[in-house]
Design a protein around this ligand. Structure first.
Ligand SMILES: *Cc1c(COP(=O)(O)O)cnc(C)c1O
Length: 406
């Protein structure tokens, strides 16, 4: 039941991996009056955010902004590039990859779902070798697109997109590469152009620190050319008119004006801090989290340190413990929301978000809330995780690229 009169003291801890907390600066920017979306001021704002967002995707190519959640941008990526009955190769990294595959089916595509047995794919991410082998076997080039999730938000695994590109090239295959980095963007390094991604899909409510409601397609020239031939029905999602009108900073329909004010502010914050600093901050908080989880004696969902996510950490529960019961205790006692286990991981793990507007003390309080809640829920812990996290966070200086640090 929604308790609208529930106003506990202090701030709610929204430590789910998206929507992430929206900084006050962004909330204030979003409170400016809504303006005429055909007027001159709007065009300036439109051009500014459309240029700025390219820096985040690391692209010189058009980035389309939809007034829609990430799911809409998923549909836009598929429907603009593919035709009914097309074969697409997808990889089972977790719940979001599974949902994207279901969408492909419902749009009339023929997705083939590569994966590791059981929940292994949900612990290790995309296996580029498997993609390469499958594409090599497709000598007729029936496969039109390879679709992968960069940061799998249901597990806390960040797959190597550059390696997927190399796999496609090694197989000499012309398939398009479509990537979902809805939760990875502005948290983990991402290079749309350099990695040869054809369509990158992202959303507002994760690393960009905005409320839900806008989403993105970054479009390569190859993808744009494919859209001229693609036969899947589309209207609202069609790139042609949007890309054309975006050239002057406008949209064919009413864009989400106030979220664009927010995006403008988010870009100032992220580019002001510097993308590399933003990534290093995420890596550092993620490492502190993993150190705490190991000290508790609990298992991290991601089983391969090379692909640990800087966005979130999945914490697996010992046999016989319901992860959602632990989350409930933490929510009720400490006013903190944690991510639930999704799909195959329902009840078996919870997810700690450490993305976006999060700092050392936010994270330490989060870990303290988890630890107290775990104890209250009767989960046996080896030792406190806080000293390990504090020790890590109070080191004088840490360099970026800490993924491999065990
Ligand atoms: C959040 C998320 C989605 C879904 O986006 P919505 O905004 O909820 O439609 C898809 N893929 C990934 C990886 C996500 O994190």
């Amino acid at each position: 039941m929604l308790k609208l009169d529930f106003h506990p003291a202090g701030r709610h801890f929204l430590q789910i991996p998206g929507p992430s907390p929206v900084p006050d600066r962004i909330l204030r920017a979003m409170s400016y009056p809504t303006i005429d979306h055909r007027g001159p001021e709007f065009g300036e704002l439109g051009l500014k955010v459309l240029e700025g967002i390219k820096k985040i995707f690391k692209t010189q190519q058009p980035v389309v902004i939809y007034p829609a959640s990430g799911t809409g941008a998923w549909e836009a990526a598929l429907s603009n590039t593919l035709s009914p009955g097309d074969n697409v190769l997808m990889f089972e990294t977790g719940h979001f990859a599974t949902l994207w595959k279901k969408m492909a089916e419902s749009l009339g595509l023929k997705p083939e779902f590569l994966g590791l047995p059981g929940i292994e794919g949900w612990r290790r991410g995309v296996q580029p070798k498997m993609i390469e082998e499958r594409l090599r076997a497709d000598t007729q080039h029936a496969i039109k697109a390879v679709c992968v999730v960069h940061n799998e938000t249901s597990t806390g695994v960040t797959s190597d997109i550059a390696a997927v590109r190399r796999a496609i090239d090694a197989a000499g295959h012309p398939a398009l590469l479509l990537v979902d980095t809805i939760s990875g963007l502005a948290c983990a390094d991402y290079r749309h152009d350099e990695w040869g991604v054809d369509v990158t899909v992202s959303g507002s409510q994760k690393g960009l620190m905005l409320p839900p409601g806008i989403s993105f397609n970054a479009i390569s020239p190859k993808a744009f050319a494919a859209s001229k031939q693609a036969k899947l029905p589309r209207s609202f999602w069609d790139w042609t008119d949007i890309v054309e009108m975006n050239k002057s900073g406008y949209w064919p329909y009413t864009p989400n004006t106030n979220l664009l004010y927010g995006l403008n502010e988010a870009l100032e914050m992220i580019l002001g801090e510097g993308l590399d600093n933003v990534f290093a901050r995420h890596e550092r908080l993620a490492e502190a989290t993993r150190r705490a989880v190991r000290a508790w004696g609990l298992e991290i969902q991601c089983a391969d340190p090379a692909v640990y996510s800087p966005v979130l950490t999945g914490v697996m529960m010992p046999e016989g413990i319901d992860a959602d019961a632990v989350r409930k205790v933490i929510y009720e006692r400490f006013d903190m929301s944690l991510g639930t286990g999704l799909g195959k991981m329902k009840g078996r793990m919870f997810r700690i978000g450490h993305l976006g507007d999060c700092n050392d003390l936010t994270l330490l309080a989060t870990l303290a809330g988890c630890e107290m809640g775990l104890r209250l829920a009767g989960v046996p812990l080896k030792e406190s995780g806080l000293p390990a996290a504090m020790e890590w966070l109070s080191q004088p200086k840490q360099a970026a690229g800490l993924k491999a640090a065990a």
